[in-house]
Ligand binder design. Structure first.
Ligand code: ZN
Length: 408
């Protein structure tokens, strides 16, 4: 059974055309454009024989019944909202892959054993209300009353925004899904990174989604006159902090059982004046890996070096563990299913972790999950230049269809 590449590609272009004028390709959640895009999607879903509804969290759900009505559905999901000046593929490709699968099954009049639900989850990207994965959070009971009262810069609440999108926030608990109520959750997504390109691979089976550990490090030295203080009599907080940042890079550059990345993304120097020896530096760092053990190893190695550098340079440090989010590991069964499905669709398939979060994070609390990555041009995403090739979008969609047929 083959999907229709031309029809799929036309949908990518049709949805991309629903963008804020003069600001391609922007369709922010909870805006008029977003609603327009979803009206288009609902129309396409209905024409594909799906029964369509919007749930209390304003998730758009198109359902095709299976031959065994007692089975929980296979859910194929992603999102149609974009970041400002975003792209035409992030999230969108996954929803339209689901749509194309529904069209193919409808056209060939095939009913699988399992019901299938194609879902456009509400506001996956960080919204104006400071929250991401809003719709999938509602399913996994991770959307609290407090979150619903978050406001945007105009003072409008997320609760009001969900109502504007067509949801029913007062009854939001009704759209929760129980653990075990979904047979399998699958998401196709552009990689948003350079690994597939770099390895000349057409498709990627995602091994999991990385966990993230974040720290804040404060280095206290002694501010002093930059002209009168000799080099050997300084307690320079900036040079110490710089050495620490390099030490983090060295730690993460070692070879571990799983890939790991570490980044110092914020670096604040005080007093930040050209003739003053820096007296204080604050920096924020994060470490990401699919293996929490590897995260711990890099963190331990780094913190040891922080203490050594602090001693050697005669400064003080304080380290604060800001946050930790656990990784999601795709089960061997689902990986096997997806490897077969991808190998039947494309020549070169690799396995790789996802360095970014997705609706899959929330779904992993409810169901076995799996993701397929397709390459994106220059590994770029969240920018107007974001691009995936027509045949790659088709290969990923075909692999997704192969997977649900095999599973069924
Ligand atoms: Zn996305």
């Amino acid at each position: 059974m083959n999907i229709n590449e031309e029809r799929l590609w036309k949908s990518v272009n049709d949805l991309a055309a629903i963008t804020v004028e003069g600001q391609p390709w922007t369709r922010r959640s909870f805006t008029e454009k977003y609603n327009q895009g979803r009206e288009w999607l609902i129309k396409q879903m209905k024409e594909s024989g799906l029964s369509v509804r919007m749930d209390e969290a304003s998730n758009v759900i198109g359902r095709r019944e299976g031959t065994d009505s007692s089975l929980p559905p296979i859910v194929i999901g992603s999102h149609t909202d974009t970041v400002p000046d975003g792209g035409r593929f992030d999230g969108i490709a996954g929803v339209l892959a689901g749509l194309e699968i529904a069209r193919t099954l409808h056209e060939q009049n095939i009913q699988l054993k399992y019901p299938i639900e194609i879902v456009d989850f509400t506001a996956e990207e960080p919204s104006e209300y400071g929250l991401s994965t809003v719709g999938s959070r509602a399913w996994s009971a991770n959307l609290s009353e407090e979150m619903l009262s978050y406001t945007d810069s105009n003072g409008q609440t997320l609760r009001e925004a969900i109502a504007f999108a067509g949801g029913n926030p007062d009854q939001i608990q009704n759209c929760r899904r129980e653990k075990g109520s979904i047979s399998l959750y699958l998401e196709m997504h552009i990689e948003q990174g350079p690994v597939l390109l770099h390895q000349n691979a057409k498709l990627g089976v995602v091994s999991g989604i990385v966990g993230i550990q974040r720290y804040k490090v404060t280095v206290d030295g002694l501010p002093n006159h930059a002209g009168t203080t000799p080099m050997n009599l300084r307690n320079d907080a900036l040079t110490a902090a710089a050495e620490m940042a390099l030490a983090l890079e060295t730690e993460a550059n070692q070879t571990f059982e799983q890939p790991v990345v570490a980044t110092v993304g914020v670096f604040n120097n005080f007093p930040n004046a050209s003739n003053v020896i820096p007296g204080k530096v604050e920096f924020y760092l994060e470490i990401r890996s699919i293996s929490e053990n590897v995260i711990d190893l890099v963190a331990e190695g780094f913190l040891k070096k922080v203490d050594e550098i602090t001693k050697k340079r005669d400064v003080q440090n304080s380290v604060e563990n800001i946050s930790r989010s656990g990784s999601i590991v795709v089960s061997d069964e689902v990986k096997k299913l997806l490897h077969e499905a991808c190998n039947n669709a494309a020549d070169s398939v690799i396995e790789l972790p996802s360095g970014a979060g997705h609706d899959t994070n929330q779904m992993s609390l409810l169901a076995p999950v799996g993701m397929i990555f397709i390459p994106c041009k220059d590994g770029r995403s969240h920018c107007p230049e974001e691009w995936a090739e027509k045949d790659d979008v088709a290969l990923g969609t075909q692999a997704l269809l192969n997977a649900i047929i095999e599973f069924s």
